[in-house]
Design a protein around this ligand. Sequence first.
Ligand code: FES
Length: 108
Amino acid sequence: MSIQPERTPADLVGAATDSAFEFTFDGRTLTALPGQSIAAALWSAGILSWRTTRVGGRPRGAFCGIGQCYDCLATVNGRPNRRACLVTARPGDAITTQEGHGHAGLDT
Ligand code: FES
């Protein structure tokens, strides 16, 4: 009996990914693959939290992963309240941790 080499889903469908690109999270340079959501890219870098709650400042990240819970809100290129599980990462994106409702910087 021979042992089969471990195969990935990409191997099974013959997929080849394009080159990774850079974006930043709280000023830290990270990489993502084309088509990858921001949440997936942050997870790939070992980052599980990118928002704090309005009450208590508790950490939050992706929970449902399908756009329903709004736990994954992040500030993307200065725009708060973007659902990281739905927004595709793009080259040069500047993603920052969102604190509370994300509008503190807009108060006058
Ligand atoms: S993880 Fe639930 S909306 Fe994004």
